[in-house]
Design a protein around this ligand. Sequence first.
Ligand code: SF4
Ligand code: SF4
Length: 444
Amino acid sequence: MNLDELQKIVYDAGIVGAGGAGFPTHRKFSNNVEQIVVNAAECEPLMMVDHHILEFHLQELVDTLNLLLDTMDAKEAIIGIKGKNMHLLDDNIVASLKRTRVKIHEIPDIYPAGDEVVLTYETTGKIIPEGAIPVMVGVMVINVETVYNIWKAVNEKTPVVDKYITIGGDVPKDITVVAPVGMKIRELLESVGYGELEGKAVVNGGPMMGKLVDLENDAVTKTTKGLLIFPETHSIIQRIKMPVNIAIRRSSAACCNCTMCSDMCPRYLLGYDLQVHKTVRAAGHGEVQNTEAFLQNSLCCGCGVCSVIACQQGILPSKVSMEIKGALGRHGLKRQNNKQPEHVRAERTGRLVSSAKLIDRLGIRRYVKDKVEKVDTVFSPKAVCIELKQHVGKPASPTVREGERVTRGQVVAATDYNDLGTCMHTSIDGVVMAVTDRYVMIGR
Ligand code: SF4
Ligand code: SF4
């Protein structure tokens, strides 16, 4: 198989990054890739999706990495995994990797080990230039579940119609399920017995970077990785809910300019010129002439360390930063003076945030379970809503009409192959009930 053929298979299967923003995977493939870095960090607390795939499908991951190495003519593939999770890996498979191009690399148990800038540094020693993508240093970063989805597309000819999701938090037992893409989240939680949500809120994603679920409308997408249930009064929910204008007002009233938010920033510590305290100050005081204080936020990954770990004043620098980053993107504004950091800052080692510290700071120690079971529930949703934009890039355009009969795995929306986008498939057999500018709904 050559690179063009593999790209087409991955596009046809609708594969996007399963662990983050949903970058269309076929667009990451390049002959300039020297190293493939597999993100097995799973650094957000309570998330246990990659754990299960690493434990039960390691051989499929290795086979797929060998295929990627061959088709891109890359030098090596590195699975970046925390030492505490090495026991998940099958000893025989690990032994078989000696003197092959697939390596296992132990990364520290820190947050955010899964940020691609941090992960690339920890696994290869390379620092991605400011504002650049990993391939500019010859690296392709890919998530565990995404690799597994490529294996399924190549070997089983199956597109992305299901999603691994950890359901946890303030529940008696955390579980990982494989749910149909498009299933309403409320229906999914009811199906596993967690539908009683009075006084609780649900977070889509981890406790640091997740977003609140709209239980009336939100459905499973290709990037849904965790559904965490917390009391509405929990500080995680209060932080997510806080409007950005309150964070800005707080900054004008309470910021003491201590610079800890910048000093602890994982990207600043890797040499990036990202100093979020300057943003907080400029936003709080309306210093709009200080353009650099705002443009630098394009370097922020939204990890939340500045808000949860660094700031003692209850200001949320990450919220301000990500709001500005979003606005920069919407207006097509780019920072012009990005540079290549020459070295990591000397103080980095002493300022790494351990997972244990993060768990305590988040106040979720009581929600961390010893074991998260993979449950083989068979879901039978009455209907699914396949969103047209589950990925970075251009939304997919519907390819079906209301009343049309479709079968599981059939394409119901797609972007042009040359655009940044992918294909969407129905996860159930049924009839197209609605086609809107946001989704295609299929009912049984
Ligand atoms: S969220 Fe805060 S700590 Fe994280 S990258 Fe952005 S500025 Fe740095
Ligand atoms: S850590 Fe908080 S108080 Fe200190 S500079 Fe940053 S926003 Fe201001």
